[in-house]
Design a binder for this molecule. Sequence first.
Ligand code: ASP
Length: 581
Amino acid sequence: MSSWRDTTCGVLSKADVGKKVTLAGWVDTRRDHGGLVFVDLRDFSGKVQLVINPERAPEPASVAHEIRNEFVIQVEGEVVNRAPEAVNPNLPTGEIEVQVETLRIVSRSTPLPFQVGDDVDDVLRLRYRWLDLRSDRMQRNLRLSHVVIAGIRRAMDGMGFVDVWTPSMTKGTPEGARDFLVPIRLQPGTFYALAQSPQLFKQLCMIGGLDRYYQIATCWRDEDLRADRQFEFRQLDLEMSFVDRQDVLDVMEEAVVGAFLAAGREPPPRPFPRMSYADAMAKYGSDKPDLRFGLEIEDATALTRRSEFGVFKNAPAVRYIVAPRAFSRAELGRLEEIAKEWGAKGLAYLVNDGGEIRSPIAKFLSEEELKQVQPEPGNTTLFVADEEATVSRVLGGLRLHLARELELMETGEELFHWIVDFPLFERDEDSGQWTFLHHPFTAPMPGDEGFESDPGSALSQHYDLVWNGWELGSGSIRIHDAELQQAVFRVMGMGEEEQQAKFGFLLDALAMGAPPHGGFAMGIERFVTRMAGEPDLRQIVAFPKIASGSDPLTGGPTPMPDSVLKELGIRALQAQAPDDR
Ligand code: ASP
């Protein structure tokens, strides 16, 4: 080892008793007992207790009074047994301590804004991230992230995938999110976009004969930041030629299993179960259902077609869930508020209070209706009647809310599943125009190639991977035929000229011998966040941004001086920095 240390703090044990060691690290805590000074010394490998005895080591003892938390020190000393009553069974090195002979302050620290590992506000942690990174939590998470990625890379390599680097700066293409733009000084007034994903490049790799491409690719999307979203993130991005859906799903499952094994965890059983998009929406009101609990949505549309209760009779869809609790009036009021936030007009209910039905609508329901929807004692049936999409959204949201509120999720269970058979197109809510559900390069289901006459009913060869209610990623079999690709663009309202301007290069490539191909992309940070049991991406990304889009550490983003902008052919409308160049 170096002159700074010959071993590390966390590895010392009883086996080392009697050894002379040189250690270097951070002062985790210092306890001054008048005479003896105890220091917990920390490095990446863990902590060890140092004892500084003024009688044996007078000079180190006087230096020890000066040291404060997070000073960097170097010590030499002997590993000794702790007295039996001083053994700390909670610390891996708790049976020993190091009797210090020399002590040197290597680096001092100003007073700390918080103690390492303290549960303080996230923004404060991010402002001083270098301190926060020293915590057990961040050390564990960043190392887990590394191990997971290494496991994925091994799996991909083992399956014959080739790591190809694709550009970060690309031509802006519509892929669903807003682009981050990069002005180009050599061509003022023009922009590249930061790649939202390597989608088209990986397809071009297939047309270029690579056969199996993968990359741990950084992607940029200008979207609002949330627990599971950052502006920039990485994905396991892959593409394969001459494959069917099954081949892609197999590869992804293998990569997930590889990551679990690398992290020393029991992998989820294969094959991962599959569910159609239609079933997911109908039964769980979500295309990323959490299957760790029941509360399935039931349908009462047919049953209520001739109902005396007008709200049910006239609604395009009537569906319900049965919650394992007889809710009070106040609780029902709160649930209705929540349902309204998701777009419901109201929330009808039947409460079974020990055999007695409590409900303003029971009197309108026929015996036959009641027989089917009446809850068991101690349960409540909650109904939403509306357009099908609204019903799904509201009951899907209520389902998740109730699971959290009533603690129905079986923790510890790791459920992976595929959602398949998505629609090819959906209506854009604002324009009413048909648009792609995922991206416009997804192939229709075999048999649905004639989608132009009825875009709404065509299914696609798109699939999503879901882990306990988190969408981990998506993929599809792609269109490998220029004509078919143009048909998709036409349905989206794109004329020939616009198609050529935006995607001419893709259409040219598809017309020059494109193999059938398909692929997938899985969010690495989302995956690691779940793996680490953390609530959000910020806990596993070294230097994340906060919800406002700012970086509390560096203070970015910042305005730019006019002279810089001018060179790029840009004029800022707001927040321009003074020109101090
Ligand atoms: N490019 C897609 C995405 O980033 C994934 C894919 O279809 O392979 O979501």
